[in-house]
Every structure is written in C-alpha cells, then in structure tokens.
Design a protein around this ligand. Structure first.
Ligand SMILES: Cc1cc2nc3c(=O)[nH]c(=O)nc-3n(C[C@H](O)[C@H](O)[C@H](O)COP(=O)(O)O)c2cc1C
Length: 178
C-alpha cells in the first residue's frame, strides 16, 4: 500500500465520548486549515468558510448547542441523555471548526457543496497522519439553523453545513466498516 492509500484507508470518525479533553496542538489545526484550502473549486470560488473555535469561544459555541437542543427539540423527542451528552462537549472537545459555504452564484450550488466537502476531506485526512488528534464532521447540533449561522459568523446567503469536532484520543481506530 502506498502512503496516500494508507492515509485514505485509516481516516476514521472519532466521537466526543472518545475525546480525552486534552488540547490538539495549534500546529495540527493550522495544517488542517492549510490543507483544506488546497481543495479544488470550479472558477476558484473557494466556497468553504472554515472558522475555528477554541478556548472560551468554543465553550460559548457548546453552550449555544445546548441552548439549541433545549429550545428546538419537540417535547416528545426530548432526551435527557442527549442533553447530558451535549453538556460534556466543552470539557471534551478541543476545537470546533464550523463548516460554512459561500455561494458565489457563478456556478451551480452543488459545485460549491462538492468543493466544500473536499476541503473537509482534506482536513480530515490530515488527521490520518496524527497518532492522537482525531474528530468527525457532525451535521447535528443545530446545523443549518439561523442560530448557528449567527453564532459562527456567516454572512447573509451563506450556508452552515455543520461542525468538525476535534479532540485528542488515547488510541485511534483504523478498521473501516466497508
Ligand atoms: C457529511 C457528513 C455528516 C456526518 N454527520 C454525522 C453526524 O451528525 N453524527 C455522527 O455520528 N456521524 C456523522 N458523520 C460521520 C459518519 O457517520 C462516518 O463518516 C461513517 O460512519 C463512516 O465512518 P468513518 O468516518 O470512521 O469511516 C458524518 C459524515 C459526513 C461525511
């Protein structure tokens, strides 16, 4: 197997319950962003809007996610266990990278979406080369809502496509369910 094949095959989703609460080094986050930036886009529209939240800003965003769950979950769907899980976010997650998309209107929306997803993939693959830094793309936690659009500083017309939750794990899983 060539190096690139190994990175692709061992890229995994690691979840909040696996995070130790330690901080992912800034250097790793910077490399993720730099690699995300290298994704291709038609007419070079560079549609991704990747915004990093750490420290108090991350804690505030986690509070917003809790608020979103409490305010927007229908009574019959409300799950206390889910709320307790959201309340662990602040202490477990190291960084949150908000995944936003800007529409240039020069090309169809699906092309902007394809390019944004490739930027996320580049960020995610960067973690394949890390022994303990890990994460996943969540499309829950208020993704796409006005509340999250505002909380992540997106402009009018931009689309909020979720969050990349980043943390440290003790051991990486390599086996894929494919
Ligand atoms: C666009 C997108 C959204 C996702 N949203 C969620 C999510 O909200 N919750 C979750 O547990 N996993 C989410 N995932 C992770 C997938 O469940 C995961 O990629 C899949 O199970 C395969 O596992 P692997 O990434 O370890 O190969 C998402 C993945 C993608 C690509």
């Amino acid at each position: 197997m060539k190096k690139i094949d190994a990175f692709i095959h061992t890229r995994r989703s690691h979840y909040v319950k696996e995070f130790t609460g330690e901080t992912v080094p800034n250097e790793v986050v910077e490399r993720m962003l730099a690699n995300g930036q290298m994704a291709p886009s038609h007419k070079l529209t560079l549609p991704w809007r990747l915004k990093v939240f750490s420290g108090i800003e991350k804690d505030n965003l986690c509070k917003k996610m809790e608020q979103y769950y409490v305010e927007k979950t229908a009574a019959e769907k409300f799950d206390q266990k889910k709320l307790e899980k959201i309340r662990t976010y602040s202490n477990k997650i190291s960084h949150i990278i908000s995944i936003g998309m800007h529409l240039s209107h020069q090309i169809p929306e699906w092309e902007e979406l394809a390019a944004t997803a490739m930027a996320v993939q580049n960020m995610w693959l960067t973690l394949s080369d890390e022994e303990h830094a890990a994460g996943y793309w969540t499309t829950g936690n208020g993704t796409g809502s006005e509340m999250m659009k505002e909380a992540t500083g997106l402009a009018e017309g931009d689309v909020q496509l979720g969050f990349f939750f980043l943390g440290m794990v003790t051991e990486k899983r390599w086996a894929a369910l494919r």
